[in-house]
Design a binder for this molecule. Sequence first.
Ligand code: HEM
Ligand SMILES: [Ca+2]
Length: 750
Amino acid sequence: GKHNDKLTEKELETLEEIEELLEEKEKENALKKREDVELLVKEAFGTCIEEFNRFRERQKKFKMEGLDGKPKRKRNRLFKRSKRSEEIQKIGHILNCAKKTLIKKTGKTLKELRDDLEIAKCWKKTIKELADGNNLKKRHHSSRSKRTTPDECNEITDVNTYRTIDGQCNNLNNPHWGAAFEQQPRFISEVYNNGVDTPRTSVIPGENLPNPRELSNAVFASASETDVDESFNTLMSMNWGQFIDHDIVLTPHITGQDGAEISCCVNGNDPVERDECMAIEVDANDELGITCMEFVRSASAAAFELGDGKQVTNGITSFIDGSMVYGSTTSEVAALRDAGGKLKVKEAANGNLLPEDSSEDSICSLSGDDSDDYCQLAGDVRVNVQPGLGSLHLVFMKEHNRIVDELKTRQPGWTDDKLFNEARKIVGAIIQHITYNEWLENVFVNDVITKYDLGLLSTGFSDDYTDTLDPGITVGFATAALRFGHSQVRSQIAHMGADYSTLTDETNMEITLKNPHMLVDEAGSKVLELVRYMTTVQGAKADEEFSGAIRNKLFNTALDLTSLNIQRGRDHGLPSYTEWRKWCNLPAPVNDDDWSSMTYIKRRPRRLLQNLYKSVHDIDLYVGGMLELRSTALNGGGDFTYVGETFGCILGEQFKNLKNGDRFWYERAEPEGFSESKLAEIRKVTLSGILCKNQMSPVEENRVQMREISNRWTLRHGKDKTVMQDNTRTYEFLCSMSAFLKINSVKHLQ
Ligand code: HEM
Ligand SMILES: [Ca+2]
């Protein structure tokens, strides 16, 4: 009985030993698991680093086999500008690869991996080890070798007075916010099929998304050869949109060995199988005359978080700070600066022009039959994309130098640096002022201006700066919403004579893409004629119709920019249009086939979409956004904005962040901002005034009355055309210090 229940000393010892053994075994198992996990993660990185080296080898091979297109192919300047972007590309590639390897090895999804504490811990540890070693380390010959810390920011002289060139230390707690070469933040998380980097597919299992070119043909083709005129703005408004776009975002693409441009189609027909490509298939009967449209994927940012899918980089400063005038790196600004605080110019017989970019890889192709044509250099590499854009680069370069001259007479003791910094600060402020005071008023309805706090003060200083607001350009804004401007491009460009009637050199727009001829011809004597054209002719309407130059002959080749925009959205993992509507708190369909509820999309294209998409929840953001009724039309008020509700919401949020998340917002008090008297001067500035002061305004030259111009226009176009009938309308962007035409006044004129 009882006695037998008692264990002997010996027995007790054995039991304890067994327990200890078991415990040890358990510990060992745990250790083993951790080791396994560590091994797993380390192996994934090992394989991927090797894979990256093979990827580089493969690129060499592609080059040797001539699959990279033409021999001696140009380098991609958009990316090659900085060693830093090359490093980001490498790290981004390896991180994506490691995530995909872990998914394959464990059978878990990316989110499951993220939620597995053991794996997540190992992931962090391994990255730290790799970063401490040399594998993921940033090298030092880059123009920006590493992120600046808050402490380092405080050591910068004038950190509270002037912006840094690359935008670091704008936010003193998060110095990298809005800086060049940082990851683009998102309003909504990314969506990829494999969680990491493959484009999304239909929400209906097993179904695909429609082909981008097929979508474009169905809904973005022009009904006729002629552009539909914008009812209230000149073509200059389109140009301003692009100019601003080039101030705030540039998304680098993947490049090959030594920054070589990658080709994804052989002779426009055979797609090249490589991870860098997402070439767009084109129907053999398509008017493009090719079956494979070039599309190189954007480079992956270094997305260190285990749960993150592919992210993309912004290669320039997100802030509206004039970086397209000055550059976003120290080497860029150094190449642009001249003595005395000025910017370099090319002296030409008929006024200063932008300096020449003689490097081989400038994004510019001269036709070759005009000896005074040349490729221009500015703070953004896209300056030569089209002559209208170039003219804005030119006028702000001239304005900088003009301001330096003015400052010098008032402050003869200032150093070159001081003159440069002050002029740069004023130019940045002017660009912010024109964007919010003149341009945004065209883009939005007033409700949006109020809702997102985009209105400007007429007196006093702003205290809206919010240091918790990330001003970084977001993916949905850059990849879809701000691209609405592609619809405003006219199919032709021309020079206009001083009589406001004679058009010369009428040219199809595609011919002028990447070719600055129309701007720089005859030693600058055409500049005025080009500006005269842009400030009097109306823009094309921002609607679902795109000109041939954009949709069939981009850069005078078989490229369709709307197809690229759709494909870029998928490349960047943009959630679908209906997800964005929900995010914006707008009505959204519930069922997959709830097409009839979507009355905010124009009826005809809605039917066409229904034939192409398997579900309403598949619609690409760019497609849905462009096809929406404009906000004013939705409320029965006519077409007085450029965008509908969804783009309005995305643009509104972003422009709010750019205003209230910018420590150097121009309406702030000193030291970040200006004195009361200086601010008062900046508030009076209009784009037309800037053109005027720099001898680039038609009105200054001719001293004609507005009414006169308007009569000439009516004569030229006949009275069936709704061009420039009203005096006030011609005021837009013309030489005047008065306020730019506002939506309100347009409504008032009706
Ligand atoms: C003739 C005029 C224009 C041309 C030839 C042009 C051409 C292009 C091209 C080729 C891209 C890259 C497409 C891709 O592969 O993803 C692009 C991107 C873009 N465009 Fe335009 N564009 C023009 C005007 C405009 C205008 C007027 C706006 C805005 C109002 C605009 C906004 C944008 C934006 C935001 C991007 C994305 C930039 C980035 O993230 O790198 N563009 N454009
Ligand atoms: Ca910028």
